[in-house]
Design a protein around this ligand. Structure first.
Ligand code: UDP
Ligand code: MG
Length: 343
């Protein structure tokens, strides 16, 4: 079978390679629309490009669709994870598989407009190692989700002393320098936005309006997002421990003052035995505070336990690509069995 490669150019090929990383979990409905949008935009760039899909255990034929496309287009590649590991793991896999001089992370559902990629590339070529995309609006998301996102990013920002920029998602460009720095972080709890921010390096910010999903449904429900928020807070900050200590201290001082007041009152007015309701109230309040405190400490102990097992972030099932094995050895945690499609 002959490969239909439309990327041939008569002039010398540009030497820099840009990798677009797309995590995919049951996105069969949007993938054709994504490719249709993305291809003309990438063709405009004075760069060689590759699109690295990471199939995060899709069960709707997404991987099969991408395989079919790879047969026709050598600039597409696919890494398949052994099961659904979550977006953070899929991104880690994509970043490790990418060979580009710069990478762009893009959601499959077109919520991150590919039209902005040329702008991002321009900022990178002007010297930025990281180009952050900051959301100006979130159309198509419920008022509740917007409210939670608003509150969450601000609490997180406080807890991490401003290192995680507000209202930015995973949609961003990173230079090879930033990517290599990111790959040195070996923790298993991967809250990518936090890891990205930790790397630092010269950063440019582009504002954009976030579009609604073009097809399919969001993989996040409220519980999932709450979990991610908790994960984010406890992975990147020990501030919740301090906040708990602060609340505990405040409650203790209030309790002591209240006790003094009761003693004083008893001395002045004689022995008053009433006070059952206030007693119950205080016991319940302190009991609750203690459980909350233990819960928060437990969250950190649990994290330490999970990290100590040093399990890999994901397992690669195979890599599907037209050309032979990579020219550059891939920096994966696990040696992947390579699956090479005949071109
Ligand atoms: N995704 C993934 N693994 C998951 C959940 C999501 O790879 O377990 C991908 C999904 O295919 C999409 C991106 O992550 O490309 C963002 O997911 P989604 O649109 O569901 O999240 P939202 O935009 O609502 O935050
Ligand atoms: Mg989305």
């Amino acid at each position: 079978m002959t490969s239909i490669n439309t990327e041939h150019r008569a002039v010398a090929l540009p030497t820099k390679l840009l990798s677009i990383i797309v995590p995919v979990f049951n996105e069969r409905a949007v993938l054709p629309i994504l490719l249709e949008h993305l291809r003309p935009i990438l063709r405009q760039l004075e760069l060689r490009t590759e699109i690295v899909f990471v199939d995060d255990g899709s069960e709707d034929g997404s991987a099969e669709f991408i395989r079919g496309e790879i047969l026709k287009d050598s600039s597409l590649r696919l890494g398949r994870l052994s099961r659904n590991f979550g977006k953070e793991a899929a991104l880690t896999a994509g970043i490790e598989l990418a060979r580009g001089h710069a990478i762009v992370i893009l959601d499959a559902d077109l919520q991150d407009p590919p039209e902005l990629i040329p702008d991002m590339v321009a900022r990178w070529q002007a010297g930025a190692d990281v180009v952050l995309m900051q959301r100006r609006s979130r159309s198509g998301e419920s008022g509740f989700k917007r409210f939670c996102a608003y509150g969450f990013y601000r609490i997180l920002n406080r807890a991490c002393r401003g290192t995680i920029p507000v209202d930015t998602g995973d949609f961003r460009l990173m230079s090879r320098k930033a990517v290599d720095a990111l790959l040195t972080l070996e923790e298993r709890n991967r809250y990518m936005k936090g890891l990205f921010a930790w790397v630092g390096l010269p950063t440019a910010v582009i504002e954009y309006d976030r579009a609604p999903r073009s097809a399919g449904v969001s993989k996040w429900d409220t519980f999932g997002l709450f979990g991610l928020a908790l994960e984010a807070l406890t992975s990147f900050s020990i501030m919740p421990l301090r906040w708990t200590a602060g609340i505990g201290l405040t409650a203790a001082i209030a309790g002591a003052l209240f006790g003094l007041w009761i003693v004083a009152k008893a001395l002045i007015l004689g022995n008053v035995t009433a006070g059952y309701p206030s007693l119950i109230a205080i016991i319940t309040f302190l009991g609750g505070m203690q459980l909350l405190g233990i819960g928060i400490v437990g969250e950190y102990v649990g994290k330490t336990y999970l990290e100590s097992k040093r399990r890999p972030v994901y397992i690669l099932r195979d890599i599907v690509e037209q050309s032979g094995p990579a020219d550059r050895s891939i920096n994966t945690f696990h040696e992947a069995s390579r699956y090479v499609e005949a071109g």
